[in-house]
Design a protein around this ligand. Structure first.
Ligand SMILES: Cc1ncc(COP(=O)(O)O)c(C=O)c1O
Length: 379
């Protein structure tokens, strides 16, 4: 019998409640019934992003909202700081380049978090910097960046904003948009929102909206001002992914029912169990100092082929885990635990890891990882 499980950091596994809603016959997006759903979604997103402002929704993958956070925030001649600690940090730089924005990269060693001191120095030495682009959780390395500290630095300046790619942060750990003074917060549907890929989100502060007002870069589909006007009427500018919106209402409802605090605690527990388990197997974490609760990146021990291990997960158990990207291809595997995951899911994936490593000749005591995970999960 074949059974499949996703333990990749997006797309993630989906709750049956959401799947069933999305299977309902499609409705038209200009009908009052859809507007009612839209209105509920607006409230649910404000709760999730912890903001009083509107959260924009685009029919695109997360990168769409990232692009919009450059083309709507900056103007010709503006300069930006880009935190580059992995593949997604690099993406901020690539988008800036595409729009002709000069940026100063802060190249952070992969597996490490950015040092806010470096950002402070740059902000103080270069008055032409208008924005800091960073990740909350750098999915390619499993690192959590110190967003609150960076926000505290940027907050001092009326003419500078912090833009946070929280695609694997929102709904995983606490990112209170308003309370921390985050100016733009981005997310995507196929992560902790427990939906298929296809929606991206952007929450903007009042300060960020002032930047939008003066932005002179070209934009069309990802036009934040136009989208805001329509959002307030429970409409999207163009045909939205209607079935995903219907699913989103359900997943937001599930998140609210569980409660944000409980959602964060659950992710903390699953992540901690995973970290303890792999360490109990004698494996090393790739991001030991500042791990993200979205995904655990594990170093592949000497003598084990990392790509082979990833492939065997699928061949033997139908489990998709993520390998390493780019310079860490074959050197790490990434086990995700964001979204629709519970305690026993982690026991399963750790057990599979143990069986595979044993089969590949890696020496350890069978059951050590599962035991370590259980000790956390029982608490
Ligand atoms: C931190 C982060 N940023 C950006 C993206 C890109 O999102 P998408 O593939 O939905 O465009 C991802 C996707 O994995 C991500 O994890």
């Amino acid at each position: 019998m074949e059974k499949k499980y996703l333990f990749s950091p997006g797309p993630t596994m989906l709750p049956p409640e959401v799947l069933l809603k999305m299977a309902e016959p499609i409705m038209h997006h200009r009908e009052p019934e859809f507007e009612k759903i839209f209105a509920e979604i607006r409230e649910g997103l404000k709760y999730l992003f912890q903001t009083k402002n509107e959260v924009l929704i685009f029919t695109s993958s997360g990168t769409g909202a990232m692009e919009g956070a450059v083309s709507n925030i900056l103007s010709k001649g503006d300069k930006a700081i880009v935190v580059r600690g992995g593949k997604f940090g690099e993406r901020w730089g690539e988008i800036c380049k595409a729009y002709g924005i000069e940026f100063i990269p802060i190249d952070v060693a992969w597996g490490k978090a950015v040092d806010p001191k470096r950002i402070k120095e740059l902000l103080e030495s270069d008055p032409s910097i208008r924005a800091v682009y960073t990740q909350a959780s750098e999915t390619s390395t499993g690192v959590k960046h110190p967003i609150q500290e960076v926000a505290d630095l940027v907050k001092r300046y009326e003419d500078r904003v912090i833009v946070v790619d929280a695609i694997t942060g929102i709904g995983v750990f606490n990112i209170p948009t308003d309370a921390w003074g985050l100016d733009v917060v981005i997310s995507g549907s196929q992560k902790a929102l427990m939906l298929p890929p296809g929606l991206s989100f952007a929450a903007l502060s009042d300060k960020a909206w002032k930047f939008v007002e003066r932005s002179s870069l070209p934009k069309y589909y990802f036009d934040f001002k136009k989208e805001l006007k329509n959002t307030k009427k429970n409409q999207s500018s163009y045909t939205p992914a209607i079935s995903l919106f219907v699913g989103l209402r359900e997943s937001l409802h599930m998140i609210r029912k569980e409660g944000l605090e409980a959602v964060f605690r659950r992710h903390e527990k699953l992540a901690e169990a995973t970290r303890r388990a792999v360490k109990a197997l004698g494996l090393e974490l790739y991001a030991p100092d500042s791990p993200s609760n979205a995904v655990t990146a594990v170093k592949i021990p000497d003598g084990i082929d990392g790509e082979k291990l990833k492939d065997l997960f699928f061949e033997k158990f139908g489990i998709t885990v993520a390998g390493g990207q780019d310079r860490v291809k074959g050197k790490i595997i990434r086990i995700a635990h964001l979204g629709y995951y519970e305690r026993l899911d982690m026991v399963m994936v750790i057990s599979a890891l143990e069986m595979l490593l044993k089969g590949m000749g890696y020496a350890f005591e069978l059951g050590a990882g599962v035991k370590a995970a259980e000790e956390i999960l029982m608490k």
